[in-house]
Design a protein around this ligand. Sequence first.
Ligand SMILES: CC(=O)SCCNC(=O)CCNC(=O)[C@H](O)C(C)(C)COP(=O)(O)OP(=O)(O)OC[C@H]1O[C@@H](n2cnc3c(N)ncnc32)[C@H](O)[C@@H]1OP(=O)(O)O
Ligand SMILES: CC(C)C(=O)C(=O)O
Length: 516
Amino acid sequence: MSQPRPITIFDTTLRDGEQSPGASMNLAEKLEMAAALADLRVDVIEAGFPIASPGDFESVRAIADAVRGVQVCGLARCNDADIDRAADALTEAEAPRIHVFLATSAIHREFKLKMDKEEIIQRAIAGVQRARNRCDNIEFSPEDAARTEPDFLCQVVEAAIAAGATTVNIPDTVGYATPTHMGRVIKTLVDRVPNIDRAVISVHCHDDLGMAVANSLAGVENGAGQIECTINGIGERAGNCSLEEVVMALRTRNDYYQATTRIDATRLVPTSRLLSSITGMEVQRNKAIVGRNAFAHESGIHQDGMLKEPTTYEIMRPEDVGFTKTDLVLGKHSGRAALADRLKALGHPVEGETLNVVFAAFKKLADKKKEIYDADLVALVEKRAGVAAGVWSLVSYEVKTHTNDVPSATVTLAQGDRQVTETFFGGDGPLDALFNAVQKITGAEVAVRDYRVHSVTRGADAQGEATIEGVAEGRLYRGHGVSTDTVEASTLAFLDAMNRALAGGGPPADLRRNAV
Ligand SMILES: CC(=O)SCCNC(=O)CCNC(=O)[C@H](O)C(C)(C)COP(=O)(O)OP(=O)(O)OC[C@H]1O[C@@H](n2cnc3c(N)ncnc32)[C@H](O)[C@@H]1OP(=O)(O)O
Ligand SMILES: CC(C)C(=O)C(=O)O
């Protein structure tokens, strides 16, 4: 078998990625991202467009100064001022690259640049030559190449290489290409440009039709040796080819592409998370490779297969891209195999009839809650174990509050087969009324010392988690409860603390840290 072909990964998160509305980064953030990209082992970092602003110039210069072991690139239009500014920003770079671009499609020539074909060729040659006088490593991009007449594109590319371009980058600037189209453009250049062997062919695909990764791979299949891409696929409009997706496609389907990159794939998830934390642009849960659901399985049949042999449902290992492990999410589609496996991991092995009973309770809960937490599972098992031990569980509650009236709460609790209902009028508010109703039933008193609620998930159906620290007979008991309804979460937390208080044995209330 032949050796895999090395593919250069050109990361443009800090340039095209930053053109994404809302993705602007300051100098410190760009330096942090650049260091992460170097750790990820990208080959080239396009650090910015130095003429764009003094800040962009400073960022490119600072990254060129600081980052080692990777080429640092600055973008320039085909004019003297842009090229000189880029070259100035890169003077301290260990391996500088100047990226000169000029649009070539009929639409851009006529309406934007107002240049004819001959002027375009002359400007491209002049630009590449000027850049080449300052740097040996020159990339030239015929912007909107995918919509450029093939004959003219071949002429421009040939002229740019003759003028000294060492990489010719073929952009699908507006994300118009399809894989067949992009593959054909690259093949045309390979077949028809006489000096094409003197430069690396690159692809730069946008995602307007959702095909940036597929188009980049089609470029590789037809001879491209460099892919331009961004972390999380951020970039102008719908974004660019996503680095993590294209790298893992090459790696996972190496049998087909027979191409390799230097990327340390275990850095993909941390780098993706870093970018999201810097820009505030979170990736969607189902985003390939780095999304929270990328290695999560909720369906019982899939989870059963995963537990028997992970390759039944996973084509990559989560740890290969930087996740710690596969996530078997327990929800309403899960089966006994996954539930038993998780409970065992949580230190509560159950089987046989007990598993059936816990499973039935789990399905009921899963119909009410979108996500089931480990704490919920433990509660289910403990609840079952606790029935005999006299633990109280919440059956239902009703609470009433009015602006000018005292609150009231009616609570029904179960202890084994026995159910008790009590109503309490008064209190400092609805929660106080609920807690008092619970106390009326259990006959014990727990004074709430600390109470907190925080959201454990996001969105309209966010789960609230309530924690309570209560004191009973000078001893401290902590309880917690989770629900989409914060009143229910708070009642569950109080009841949890109450059950612990009834069991006794809490630490002295003044030793906060040792609460049970
Ligand atoms: C496909 C891409 O992603 S290309 C990169 C896009 N990124 C950006 O534009 C971000 C940074 N841009 C900027 O900060 C500003 O646009 C600047 C500083 C570069 C230029 O600002 P201005 O001088 O005010 O020009 P403006 O942006 O309004 O218009 C662009 C000009 O560049 C010209 N131009 C566009 N591309 C090129 C090119 N490759 N080579 C030479 N000239 C070009 C346009 O024809 C237009 O010229 P005109 O004013 O004579 O009509
Ligand atoms: C500058 C070029 C490569 C570009 O960003 C594009 O065409 O999308």
